[in-house]
Each structure stands twice: as structure tokens, then as C-alpha cells.
Design a protein around this ligand. Structure first.
Ligand code: CMC
Length: 428
């Protein structure tokens, strides 16, 4: 088979390399297209455009496969800790005992925030969305650690900065919630692990330390693993675009938080719960939502359904669905939103609209029910996604710099007015 693709344009023939990835994915390398032909490609939303070579995460959307550095999501979700997976995503290999000990020690060391940084939380209005606080505070952290602004993608300084960021995001998230809820902040407890410490900072009270339930801790651990990376999604691409200007790691991931916020991306987990609540309160049948989602004159979409890459079940939604059943049983919780979600999923799987467009539940469909069960408030759901996605964002920023990738600068086809003379105000 030829390893070249031929393009015929304006009576001339051009050849471009065909590149094959390690899982046999194929692409036509058109990086010289414009200089050779004068043409550009048009691909709004980048559905057919590879923006980088990456060895972090592999997704096969046709077969519902997700692997972190080669490890199947099903295996890591069952057996690993989030801290191990964060290390794997960041550095390419699972840590040995000593590496894990050192990484965990770094996460503990960097958990507290500078006292002056803590004061900034009280400047936000009570109604401030935690995603806005998170994004702002991530940039602010770098002001208190100016050395991190100079960090490159390799060496001990990078490792220290990556650990600092992984740790601080969790403290900022918990403090944002406490401030918004009008509750005093809980400082990190160095005796607790990554997930346990987050739960403590969220839920301990001055007179009653939160007893970290192993069941809840395990569920949170799983949630974070499932969100650790997902190749070139909207927020990760944003991190790469921002980082490609050689912006520092903190401002790059702060931009990632903003991209994640939208309801078509990380905001979908909260939107699913809002949608299910709406069905419950209104007493309407789930089919009502399905009909609205199918109506092209209605902007409503079935939240937690569909995916740019998966044209099959999102493997994360399968894991989450099982975990949600298990968690509710273990915590002895009955949540009728789960019944509604199951009803909705069942109805879509029989509906031609969803079948013909390969629309299946994505990671956000069941994750909100899990977060609800462990007591996370609705406005924190996307923040939880951001905590989970942090290793992926950092790893992609690192890879971008390691590969010395060019600045991201897409082209366009101009459709505005052609050249015309300026008209003075008097003449208009
Ligand atoms: N409800 C109803 N119709 C849908 C939905 C949905 N949730 N998703 C896609 N479609 C239809 C869409 O209208 C289009 O129909 P047609 O061909 O008749 O025009 C077709 O399916 C293809 O959709 P698309 O908009 O071209 O697909 P996309 O790849 O651009 O968008 C998506 C992907 C995830 C933004 C979209 O499926 C969606 O809006 N889903 C709901 C929001 C959601 O759950 N987002 C979380 C995504 S997964 C985790 C993450 O990345 O954060």
C-alpha cells in the first residue's frame, strides 16, 4: 500500500505523506499543503484535523476504547489510585514504590495555600461560580510562586511545579466551595491521602472532623481516574493553544478551566442533573426530553449524550453506571434521578434519531449522580472534572513543549467585504 496520498488540484498532482500511529490510526500529513499548493483545508470544529502527535492517551471512538499510556481504562479504574494514574499520565510509566512515595509527599507538601492567597477568596462575591474562582486562583497561585512562571517542561523544577499544581487545584476547589457556602475553610490534613484530604477540606466542620468513608473515597478516586485525560478535547486543546505561545503552565491550565466550563464540555455533568431534576419536578415523561432533543427548532440537547469521538458507548459511562449502582447500594441511598436516567437511556437506545446518529451516554451522564451521592454540590461538578483533568492538561502542556510545537495559528477563509474606500462621518 502506498504511503503517500495524492491530491489533484488545478491540473497538478501533489503528494503528501501518510502517517500511521502506534494503534494503526492513519493521517495525511498536510503540513506543507499551503506552501506547495496555495490552498488551505476547511474543518470547523477540527473534527478531521490532527493537531499534534501524542503518546499520552488513545481513544478509539468506533470501538469504545480508552487507554492511558497503553493501559485500558477498565483496568486502571478497577485497580489504581488517582495519584498513581496522575503520575502515569504525567510521566509515561506507572510509578514504583519510591516514586509514588515521593510524588505523594510532594502533593502533601504543596497542599496548603499561602496565607495571603487565602485572603483573596473573601474578595469574591458569594454568588461567584466556583469555575470562575478556580480559573482566577490558578493564575493567582503563580503570582505567589513566581519561580513557576519560568518553568520548562523537563527536570526537577517541572516535576515540582506539576506536583504543586496537582495539589493546589484541590485546595483551591475546596476553599472556593467553603467560601461560597459561607463556611470557614478547612486547612489540608497531611495525614490524609489525595481524595480523603479533599473530602476533609470540603466537609469537615470546626467542631466535627469529617470522617472519610472508604466507600466515598473510593468513588471519588474512580471519578478522578475516569477524568484524568481524554486526548485533544476542547479544554486540552485550549491548554495546548495557549501553551503554544509559550505561556506559562498556570495560565495555560487556567484557560483550560474556562474551556471546560461550557455545557457542551465539562459543564454537561451539572446540566444532566438539572435536566433530570426538571423531568422529576415537572412530572413529565423522559420521552418529552427526547422529543425536544430531536426537534431541530428547539436548541435543547439531551445532556450527557453524544460525543465527537465516541460513536459507540463511552467506556467511562459504562464504568460509572455500574459504580453508581454499587455506591448507592453501599451508602443505602435511593436516588430517583438514577431511575429517570436509566429510563432516559433505555428510551434513546430504541429511538431512530439517536441510533442513526450514534448518540450514546457519555462520561457526564452518570457522573453527576455519583457526585450527588458523595455530597458534592451541583455548582462544583465541573470543578471536580477540572481536578480530575489536571494531570492530562499538564502532560499535554509538557508534551507540546517537549515536541517544540509551533505556535497554534489556524487560517481562515475571509467572507467579508472586499476592499473599499473609507467614507467620512459627514458622507455617511
Ligand atoms: N442531543 C440531541 N442531538 C444531538 C446531541 C444531543 N445531546 N448530540 C448530538 N446531536 C445530534 C446533532 O444535532 C447532529 O444532528 P444532525 O446530524 O441532524 O445535525 C448530530 O447529532 C451530530 O452532532 P454534532 O453536534 O455534529 O456533534 P459534535 O461532535 O459537534 O458535538 C457534543 C459533540 C458532545 C458537543 C454533542 O453531542 C452535545 O452537544 N452533547 C450534549 C452535551 C454533552 O453531553 N457534552 C459532554 C461531552 S462528553 C465529555 C466532555 O467532553 O466534556
Amino acid at each position: 500500500m502506498s504511503n503517500k496520498a495524492t491530491l489533484n488540484l488545478d491540473g497538478k498532482s501533489f503528494e503528501f505523506d501518510i502517517v500511521t500511529g502506534s494503534e494503526d490510526e492513519k493521517c495525511v500529513d498536510i503540513s506543507s499543503l499551503r506552501s506547495e499548493t496555495g490552498y488551505i483545508t476547511m474543518d470547523p470544529g477540527f473534527g478531521n484535523t490532527g493537531s499534534c502527535f501524542s503518546s499520552i492517551t488513545y481513544v478509539d471512538g468506533t470501538n469504545g476504547i480508552l487507554q492511558y499510556r497503553g493501559y485500558p481504562i477498565e483496568e486502571v479504574a478497577e485497580k489504581a489510585s488517582f495519584v498513581e494514574i496522575a503520575y502515569l499520565v504525567l510521566y509515561g510509566e506507572l510509578p514504583n514504590e519510591e516514586q509514588l512515595r515521593e510524588f505523594s509527599a510532594g502533593l502533601k507538601e504543596h497542599a496548603p495555600l499561602h496565607t495571603n492567597l487565602e485572603h483573596h477568596f473573601s474578595g469574591f462575591p458569594k454568588s461567584a461560580p466556583p469555575m470562575a474562582i478556580l480559573s482566577a486562583m490558578l493564575n493567582l497561585v503563580s503570582c505567589f510562586h513566581p519561580e513557576v512562571l519560568e518553568v520548562t517542561s523537563a527536570g526537577a523544577e517541572f516535576e515540582r511545579t506539576a506536583t504543586l499544581l496537582m495539589s493546589k487545584v484541590r485546595t483551591i476547589a475546596a476553599f472556593a466551595y467553603r467560601m461560597a457556602a459561607g463556611k470557614p475553610i478547612n486547612h489540608p490534613n497531611p495525614h490524609l491521602g489525595y481524595c480523603g484530604n479533599f473530602l476533609h477540606m470540603m466537609f469537615s466542620d470546626p467542631y466535627q472532623e469529617y470522617q472519610v468513608s472508604p466507600v466515598v473515597e473510593k468513588a471519588l478516586n474512580l471519578f478522578l481516574i475516569l477524568h484524568a485525560d481524554h486526548e485533544q478535547n476542547c479544554s486540552t486543546s485550549t491548554v495546548r493553544v495557549v501553551g503554544s505561545s509559550r505561556a506559562n503552565l498556570f495560565s495555560s491550565v487556567a484557560a483550560g478551566v474556562c474551556a471546560l466550563w461550557g455545557p457542551l464540555h465539562g459543564g454537561a455533568n451539572a446540566a444532566v442533573i438539572a435536566m433530570l431534576e426538571d423531568i422529576r419536578v415537572s412530572g413529565k415523561k423522559p420521552e418529552h426530553c427526547i422529543e425536544r432533543a430531536k426537534d431541530k427548532n428547539d436548541p435543547f440537547r439531551l445532556m450527557g449524550f453524544g460525543h465527537r469521538v465516541y460513536k459507540n458507548f463511552d467506556p467511562r459511562s459504562i464504568i460509572l453506571k455500574k459504580q453508581v449502582h454499587k455506591l448507592l447500594a453501599e451508602l443505602n441511598i435511593e436516588d430517583n434521578l438514577l431511575d429517570l436516567a436509566l429510563e432516559l437511556e433505555e428510551a434513546t437506545l430504541k429511538d431512530d434519531y439517536f441510533i442513526s446518529r450514534n448518540l450514546y451516554p457519555n462520561v457526564d451522564f452518570y457522573s453527576g449522580i455519583l457526585l450527588r451521592a458523595i455530597g458534592i454540590p451541583l455548582n462544583m461538578y465541573s470543578v471536580m472534572f477540572a481536578i480530575g483533568r489536571m494531570p492530562g492538561w499538564i502532560a499535554n502542556w509538557k508534551e507540546l513543549l517537549d515536541h517544540k510545537q509551533r505556535i497554534s495559528r489556524p487560517r481562515q477563509i475571509y467572507t467579508g467585504k472586499t476592499k473599499r474606500p473609507y467614507v467620512t462621518l459627514m458622507e455617511r
